[in-house]
Design a protein. Structure first.
Length: 527
């Protein structure tokens, strides 16, 4: 159960905490063996250390590509200490057992995220490091594997509490972490290749990520959670800089991602836009001449739901917009940037998180999406279809007016980001009623209209904003009833993928009511 540590091998790229650990190991009577850069750092601090080359009798060659890949090292890591044959092999070849492996890998993920060039990224694929991590973790019956500097204090405490030995459970836990690290590392490498080559077929990549943050809890307080990042450097919630506020929760990250991906559909060169998100669905989205104007229109859609929401902006958060946003209780604001004045206004709200991303992600970019199911996960390419690129086909007698057409494109752009079944009413480039996540499309339609009535009452208006609106549906209307519900609410034009067996019925119902309808040919299910 307990293994006395006599010899440690240290080979680390991240030299954080290295010297304190080396000193503590020597104090515990452990002999140190180390690779080039690591050995140099340790020796310069006056701590006794042997070079790996002294053990292998072989120099580091090929710019460090081959340094520890040698039987003297791998035999020392893999030998079963109480197996007669293994012991005989160690004696015959003069191999000394290694009891602790302190290894962290070439910073592949960091170099990739920093936008290194192809050759630099390839050179940062560690070979010997993962080989040693996997070997020592396999032999956890005898060997302790430490891959994360955060575990150094625990190693030191464990050795001093157990008279220089480690317990089995400790080595097992660190072995689990070691394989989590090498798996994430290789997933990052395959993901980088697939991204660089724009390979969307899942054959070319494994999925994984590096644990970036352990969260206080998951979707509910009794669930555990962590945020894993995959090294993708596009602007978004994983790469954002948090200027203020508490740590983001699991739900915050999920909602902030939904908000920012949605608002990124609006090209800032064309218009300012704001999205307000609750439970991963928008409760208000609008374009405007300014971000303040867009925010106020978005808020008007459903001011009740916006309470405690997440707000995404497609441009620099300015003082005027910040001034309005802080009037309503908000959890998170995410934007490409924030002016100093806006940041100061937000700073008055201690708990409000402000995230800046440095830009917007490209909605047309390829990428992969993962969803877990019992026993595995589902993977698909991201929905990078956008309405501007679609062939829109007018299917009714009446064609939409220019104003209707602009609102239709707006509504379909938003509907892509609403959980199915999605119905979005829009007027004047703002949502006026959103129906999300219903099991029947006609229910989503009714709910969206009902929300518009609520907004009318809240604003003290005479008629619901759906009067003279347009409506978007994420998938085809299977029957005419969903369309008729929209007509009843006052919509004058409809955008939907089409492709139902009963398209003719739906088109006839539209013609009967003078509705203009456009087919996109593309569906935007989102579950
Ligand atoms: P050092 O700074 O000590 O010269 O190098 C430490 C790094 O080298 C660690 O990140 C370790 O994982 C890596 N490493 C150790 N042995 C080998 C090897 O044989 N080949 C390669 N490519 N990397 C190695």
């Amino acid at each position: 159960n307990f293994v006395k540590a006599r010899r440690a091998l240290l080979s680390v790229s991240d030299k954080t905490g290295l010297l304190d650990l080396a000193r503590a190991l020597v104090e515990a009577g452990v002999e140190l063996v180390s690779t080039g850069g690591t050995a140099k750092t340790i020796a310069q601090a006056g701590i006794p250390v042997k070079d790996v080359s002294d053990i292998t009798g072989f120099p580091e060659i090929m710019d460090g590509r081959v340094k520890t890949l040698h039987p003297s090292i791998h035999g020392g890591l893999l030998a079963i200490r109480d197996d007669a044959e293994h012991v005989a092999a160690m004696e015959a070849h003069n191999i000394g057992a290694i009891d602790i492996a302190i290894i962290n890998l070439y910073p592949f993920e960091e170099v990739r995220a920093a936008g290194g060039d192809y050759a630099a990224i390839v050179e940062n694929i560690d070979i010997g490091g993962p080989a040693m991590v996997r070997a020592s973790a396999k032999n956890h019956a005898y060997v302790t594997t430490v891959t994360d500097p955060a575990d150094y204090p625990r190693l030191i405490e464990t050795l001093s509490a157990n008279d220089g030995a480690t317990p089995y459970r400790f080595r097992q836990e660190l072995a689990a972490k070691a394989y989590a690290r090498t798996a994430a590392y290789d997933a990052a490498i395959s993901g980088w290749f697939a991204d660089a080559l724009e390979l969307q077929d899942p054959t070319w990549r494994a999925f994984g990520g590096k644990l970036e943050t352990v969260m206080r809890y998951g979707e509910n307080p009794h669930q555990k959670a962590g945020f894993y990042v995959n090294g993708d450097k596009r602007p978004g919630v994983a790469t954002a800089r948090q200027l203020q506020g508490k740590q983001l929760s699991y739900n915050n990250v999920n909602d902030t991602d939904a908000a920012f991906e949605l608002v990124a559909e609006f090209d800032p060169a064309r218009t300012a836009a704001v999205a307000i998100i609750k439970h991963a669905n928008p409760c208000g989205v609008a374009e405007g001449a300014t971000l303040k104007e867009a925010y106020l229109s978005a808020l008007a859609c459903d001011p009740v739901s916006a309470f405690g929401g997440i707000i995404a902006l497609n441009g620099l958060l300015d003082a005027e917009a910040a001034e309005e946003i802080v009037k309503t209780f908000t959890e998170v604001i995410i934007a490409p940037d924030a002016s100093p004045e806006a940041a100061a206004i937000v700073a008055a709200k201690k708990n409000l998180r402000l995230l800046v991303t440095g830009g917007l992600p490209d909605p047309r970019a390829t990428g992969m999406m993962v969803k877990s199911v019992a026993g595995g996960m589902l993977v698909q390419s991201r929905d990078n279809s956008i309405v501007d690129d679609l062939d829109l086909r007018v299917v009714t007698k009446r064609a939409p007016s220019d104003k209707e057409m602009a609102d239709l494109a707006f509504a379909f752009r938003v509907a892509k980001h609403v959980k199915s079944n999605a119905i979005v009413y829009a007027r004047d480039l703002a949502t006026v009623g959103i129906g999300a996540g219903q099991m029947s499309r006609v229910d989503s339609s009714r709910i969206a209209a009902r929300k518009a009535l609520d907004a009318m009452e809240a604003a003290g208006l005479g008629e619901p904003l759906t009067m003279g609106s347009v409506v978007a549906s994420d998938a085809f209307f299977p029957f005419a009833d969903g369309l008729l519900a929209a007509v009843e609410a006052g919509a004058t034009a409809v955008i939907q993928p089409g492709g139902s067996m009963r398209d003719d019925e739906v088109i006839a119902a539209a013609d009967e009511h003078g509705i203009a309808m456009v087919f996109t040919g593309t569906r935007h299910f989102r579950h």
